[in-house]
Design a protein around this ligand. Structure first.
Ligand code: ADP
Length: 794
């Protein structure tokens, strides 16, 4: 077989060109050398080391089969003592029909350190495989830069015959050859060089080294062109994607930070840097804490970032949080931050991606929206409150208008505000005597009314400070919220500690008291209490004030109505009494006059004694009528304040003696003994006629109600004041009627048994008081009465 492969050209170590028929390779026939062999045949196989022959033949067959050029590395047959490494390039030669007829090639001994080393020889097959796989084009040139040998030339396109052709023709085609030439010249000068070139639309990185022979002379260049098209494309893609990434980082309005596993800042976009006012130069490689040390203003924020980074690392998964970062001269920014931790497969920290979205505006908008929402809610609540209020008040007004009965109105007022305004309510009214009375109380739960009863006794005292008394005195509402049983509550409990117990039991904690004012007059107070602490707000005070105003008006109306009813009743009573009282003297008067008529018509000598007695009766009844009419006149004058005192120096003792003398006949007729002690003159500045009126009225009563028992009258001087005392031992006055006897038309006896208009004591008291004096009575039924008049003398 070896003999069948003729070689052309000079024997090794110079390049040997050869040609061989395909048949010799595909159907080797060792005994029949080709007819068409060259006249000076050189057999390729003779040049190939026996160990490499099989492998070389396999390559030849592959070229014969598919026509693609190939290279084959083999050792030369050891003809002159040592074997050398050779590179054989094989290509196919086709006839006109395209059939592969022959194989041609060049076998080139390899020179230089690459092929010389012992190591290489040891790894020859590895290298062979490597060369077959590496997308590289190896070539060897002579000093004229002509290809001597090539490997991997199919990278430049299949089927190219390169050996013997000038490097420039092949590699420099269509290229600016200067860099290539420069590199090769450099290599020829003994220095390795490299350059990039485009070749057949691919990019090659070419490394050129000098090639030496055994003597160390540079015989040419050894070039390795590595196809770096993919690498360059990848690099380009990488560069493009890096640029895209940067563009992305810069075009986004979010802040982006990339940190390594140690928390050092690797990259941040402009938005991210601006947030901390960092410059592009001064942040890379620093941690949050290191940056915090250099940046006073953002120190806190950066430390906070560090802390939240740690939390993200600990969580081991993306975390989201809101961070507020102050800005110099601006309002702080609210950042919605997402932190994504990255880990190595072994769990070590790899890096941290921090994304921050400025949501300040959104937050502000949200706050504004919340504020508006809140406002709207409040407005709606206020409208609702106003509606409820007006409903409550109008229903209260309806209820209050329902009755003119005073007691019923009081009970209504106490119930009206429950439970809307609390759990407990009290109505306190100021009486004529300026004492407060708790006139009504109510509890929202009827079951608790018994427990609340002690509070009915808890009447405010106008003399004491604070609480309801203060509300009445100042006409101002009072709100209190305390722990049950606290000292502050005492004012509401009439300063009675025992009532605190009740308050505690009922759990009342908030108090609201408002004045009851009607027609400019303070009538008292309306008080609510609630179990809720801090129950009463300003709107409750207003509502309760409105309710109190309506309640006070209703109460005042009921009072006026009651008074007018009482006045009507009193008037009717008075009219019946007055008519009775007036008729009695008139009847007596008429009887006396009729008797006198009869005497006059009798024609005989009149019985003068009878005439005198009748005239006496007429005179008496006339006086009585005058007195009655005077009393009526006095009452109306006193009421309209038309009484004027005519003050002069008057001796009270003298006045009393005169009156007793005037009433002498009455005392005699009624068989009433009277003792008088008015010996010393008691002089003062008084109205004489009115003084006589006082003494007459009091003595009249003593005779009338004295049951003919002895009457004692004394006039004395006590502490510089004149004191008149009238004591009888008559029927006396029942204690219940005592408070009323000085009132108009007030009587403590039946008109059937005793005549009288019920005006005497009223007039007496008015006159005494006009003089600046006082009148008192002590009495017990069946034992008599003592009236004491004290008059200042000045
Ligand atoms: P009158 O005597 O016309 O009824 P007064 O105003 O003088 O009216 O007296 C009012 C009431 O006071 C009398 O109706 C009577 O009940 C009672 N009263 C007055 N003086 C005495 C007295 N000395 N003893 C008992 N009752 C008296």
């Amino acid at each position: 077989m070896e003999e069948g492969l003729p070689l052309l050209g000079s024997p090794l170590p110079s390049p040997v060109f050869w040609k061989a028929e395909v048949e010799l390779v595909t159907h080797p026939s060792p005994r029949q050398p080709s007819e068409r062999a060259s006249p000076r045949p050189v057999f390729l196989m003779e040049l190939v080391h026996p160990r490499d022959r099989e492998h070389t033949l396999a390559v030849l067959r592959e070229v014969a089969a598919d026509g693609r050029a190939r290279r084959c590395l083999h050792r030369s047959a050891a003809t002159n003592g040592g074997s050398r490494w050779c590179l054989t390039s094989i290509r196919a030669i086709r006839d006109e029909s395209g059939r592969i007829q022959e194989l041609a090639g060049v076998t080139q001994p390899m020179r230089g350190p690459l092929f010389a080393g012992e190591e290489f020889q040891q790894h020859e097959s590895g290298l062979r495989q490597l060369l077959a796989q590496v997308p590289a084009f190896l070539y060897l040139t002579d000093r004229e830069l002509r290809f001597i040998a090539t490997a991997g030339s199919e990278l430049a396109g299949p089927g190219l015959e390169l050996e013997g052709r000038p490097l420039l023709d092949v590699l420099g085609a269509g290229e600016e050859p200067s860099s290539m030439l420069a590199a090769h010249r450099h290599a020829l000068g003994g220095e390795p060089a490299r350059y990039d070139t485009e070749w057949s639309h691919r990019t090659f990185e070419v490394r050129v080294e000098p090639a030496f022979d055994e003597e160390g002379t540079c015989t040419g260049t050894l070039g390795i062109a590595i196809d770096v098209t993919e690498q360059r494309r990848e690099e380009e893609e990488l560069r493009t994607s890096a640029e895209r990434l940067r563009t992305l980082l810069e075009t986004t309005s979010d802040s982006i930070y990339l940190k390594d596993g140690e928390g050092r800042w690797l990259e941040a976009n402009d938005t991210g840097l601006q947030l901390f006012q960092l410059s592009r130069a001064g942040y890379q490689g620093l941690t949050d804490l290191e940056l915090a040390r250099r940046n006073d203003f953002f120190r806190e924020a950066l430390i906070a970032c560090y802390a939240s980074d740690q939390r993200t690392w600990d969580a081991g998964k993306p975390t989201r949080m809101e961070e507020i970062i102050s800005q110099p001269g601006e309002s702080p920014r609210v950042i919605d931050v997402t932190k994504v931790p990255l880990f190595h497969p072994n769990g070590e920290r790899k890096g941290l991606v921090v994304l921050g979205r400025d949501i300040t505006r959104r937050r502000m908008a949200e706050q504004e929206r919340d504020r508006l929402l809140h406002q709207e809610k409040e407005a709606r609540a206020a409208a609702e409150e106003a509606r409820r209020r007006s409903e409550f008040l109008s229903s209260a007004s309806r209820v209050l208008a329902d009755s003119l009965d005073y007691d019923a109105t009081l009970a209504t007022v106490a119930r009206l505000g429950l439970p809307v305004l609390g759990e407990w309510c009290a109505v306190d009214l100021v009486g004529e005597d300026l004492h407060v009375a708790r006139v009504a109380t109510a509890h929202a739960e009827s079951s608790k009314e018994p427990s609340a009863r002690p509070l009915e006794e808890c009447v405010p005292d106008l003399e004491k400070p604070g609480g309801i008394a203060e509300v009445i005195r100042n006409r101002r509402p009072f709100v209190l919220s305390v722990q049950p049983g606290e000292e502050g509550m005492l004012a509401l409990c009439d300063h009675e500690r025992s009532h605190l117990e009740t308050v505690r039991e009922l759990g009342l904690r908030s108090w609201l008291s408002v004045p009851l004012v009607a027609r400019g007059r303070t009538m008292g107070a309306l008080t609510f209490a609630s179990v809720r602490p801090d129950r009463y707000r300003s709107e409750d005070v207003m509502l309760t004030g409105d309710l109190a105003w309506r309640a006070a008006l209703a109460l005042d109306n009921a009072r006026l109505y009651r008074e007018s009813q009482q006045a009507i009743q009193a008037r009717d009573e008075f009219l019946s009494i007055a008519s009775h009282e007036l008729r009695t003297p008139i009847t007596a008067l008429r009887l006396g006059i009729q008797r006198l008529f009869r005497i006059a018509r009798g024609g005989a000598e009149p019985p003068w004694k009878t005439v005198a007695a009748s005239l006496d009766g007429v005179e008496r009844q006339g006086k009585r009528l005058t007195l009655l009419i005077d009393s009526l006149l006095d009452v109306s004058r006193l009421q309209s304040h038309h009484i004027q005192l005519d003050l002069e120096e008057v001796d009270l003792s003298g006045v009393v003696r005169d009156v007793v003398a005037q009433l002498g006949s009455v005392l005699a007729r009624t068989h009433t003994p009277l003792s008088l002690r008015a010996d010393t003159p008691v002089v003062g500045q008084w109205d004489r006629v009115r003084l006589e009126q006082i003494v007459t009225n009091l003595l009249d009563n003593a005779i009338k109600y004295g049951a003919q028992a002895p009457i004692e009258v004394t006039v004395a001087l006590e502490n510089g004041a004149a004191v008149l005392t009238l004591r009888d031992r008559g029927i006396g006055i029942s204690p219940e009627r005592m408070p009323f006897i000085f009132g108009r038309f007030e009587r403590a006896v039946s008109s059937r048994h005793y005549g009288g208009l019920g005006l005497g004591l009223y007039i007496v008291r008015q006159i005494v008081e006009l003089h600046g004096g006082t009148i008192q009575v002590e009495s017990s039924p069946g034992k008599g009465s003592t009236f004491t008049v004290r008059l200042p003398r000045g």
